[in-house]
Design a protein around this ligand. Structure first.
Ligand code: DGP
Length: 111
């Protein structure tokens, strides 16, 4: 738990948040600033800054399986997953998270 980390506070229950999915190691909740009708964030409960700092294979797997569990639970079949890593790539919250974006047509390459 990092005292100044908003996602640690969410994971810890200090900031009350409706989880769309939760297990022992990860939690998923809706993005406060959605870019699509479905925009969900999947985080590890443990504080890890970003993908560069993620060296635990179990947590890697937990996150990716978590993405699948969330999509299964919400009946999302077509979606985009994004991990922004570093300020230059648009990372604003330095607690690693997958974005799940869905519910509208998604262009590729992204516009
Ligand atoms: P990123 O730019 O990849 O670090 O994405 C951070 C996302 O987190 C951004 O889309 C907005 C979202 N966000 C920031 N603060 C909160 C919060 O307090 N609650 C929720 N639900 N989402 C948040």
């Amino acid at each position: 738990m990092e005292t100044n980390c908003i996602f640690c506070k969410i994971a810890d229950g200090e900031i009350p948040t409706d989880f769309v999915y939760e297990n022992d190691t990860i939690a998923a909740f809706r993005d406060i600033n959605p870019t699509a009708p479905e925009h969900i964030l999947v985080i590890p409960k443990k504080h890890i800054e970003n993908l560069n700092e993620l060296n635990d294979r179990e947590i890697m797997a937990d996150l990716l399986f978590g993405v699948k569990e969330v999509c299964k639970k919400l009946n999302i079949t077509d979606y985009r997953t994004v991990i922004n890593t570093g300020k230059g790539a648009g990372q604003e919250v330095f607690h690693i998270h997958f974005h799940i974006i869905a519910g509208r047509p998604l262009k590729w390459p992204p516009g």
